[in-house]
Design a protein around this ligand. Structure first.
Ligand SMILES: C[S@@+](CC[C@H](N)C(=O)[O-])C[C@H]1O[C@@H](n2cnc3c(N)ncnc32)[C@H](O)[C@@H]1O
Length: 260
């Protein structure tokens, strides 16, 4: 399993792009409207989990990366006691977990579901979600929208700048990615991330991680969701409610199907 950000978790939150903040009010609004307990699968550093806990949402965050959870734990130390009491962290695998609570809202944000490389893993995850969702609960899942049929065109061995940003320490950080390889049969994208820290123009440190993401076509992911006992009620292409046709993402809002 590669997508655990072992070398770069401490830099994960430096991302200044809109895609890294636009989803927070969306999930907060859903959590508030539904009320009750919330579970975020693959919560990472708590980018979304923490703002929801701050707003009084009773939230569980589950992740399989000790490095990401360590960053989350450090951030928790800066929270008020009250907000901390709303947040429960779980070290676990989203394809195989068993919690004693059931949830009104379960969500898998920011394309984390694409870390699951096979249909089998995806279905195991969806089955665990089904088991933990209240009968009248909501399940929300996001993956990126494919731009066209996957092929060799996707590979680009050059370093491309994803973003640059400034850390609290004052250091300047850049993240580049290399689209290293594609497996068109298994529909997997292999990407390297390179983070560089510099101060006053001098390179201070460099960190590398690799990730593998599954490329889902719309109908594949819809089939996986609906064959797992869910009905898709709403589909969006962005967090402002934009349509799938016009947006860059797939955001599916689902509920348990009745009568199965
Ligand atoms: C792109 S990050 C998203 C983190 C956070 N949800 C956010 O929106 O910023 C993907 C996360 O998925 C986690 N992950 C990958 N596979 C997982 C699995 N099988 N079970 C739980 N977490 C997993 C990684 O450790 C990482 O924290």
């Amino acid at each position: 399993m590669e997508n655990l950000y072992i070398h770069t978790a401490q830099l994960y939150d430096a991302d200044p792009r809109e895609v890294f903040s636009a989803d927070i009010p969306f999930y907060l609004d859903r959590a508030k409207r539904l009320g009750g307990r919330v579970l975020e699968l693959a919560c990472g550093t708590g980018r979304i989990t923490i703002p929801l806990a701050r707003e009084g949402v009773e939230i569980w965050g589950l992740d399989y990366s000790k490095s990401m959870l360590e960053v989350l734990e450090k951030k928790l130390q800066k929270l008020s006691t009250e907000s901390r009491q709303h947040l429960h962290t779980v070290y676990g695998d989203m394809t195989d977990f068993s919690l004693s609570e059931k949830f009104k809202l379960i969500f898998i944000p920011f394309r984390s579901f694409q870390s699951l490389e096979t249909d089998e893993q995806a279905l195991q995850c969806l089955s665990a979600v089904h088991n933990h969702l209240e009968e009248d609960g909501q399940f929300i899942i996001n993956v990126f929208k494919p731009i066209k049929k996957l092929g060799a065109w996707w590979v680009d061995p050059a370093e491309n700048l994803d973003y640059e940003s400034v850390l609290e320490s004052g250091e300047h950080v850049t993240r580049h990615s290399i689209r290293k390889r594609v497996d068109t049969e298994r529909r997997l994208l292999f990407t390297d991330f390179i983070y560089r820290l510099d101060q006053d123009g001098e390179l201070v440190q460099e960190f590398h991680d690799s990730i593998r993401l599954r490329y889902f076509y719309g109908d594949d992911i819809r089939r996986l969701i609906t064959s797992s006992g869910f009905t898709i009620d709403e589909e969006y292409g962005w967090y402002d409610g934009n349509s799938v046709q016009d947006g860059r993402e797939f955001i599916f809002v689902c509920r348990k199907s009745t009568g199965i």
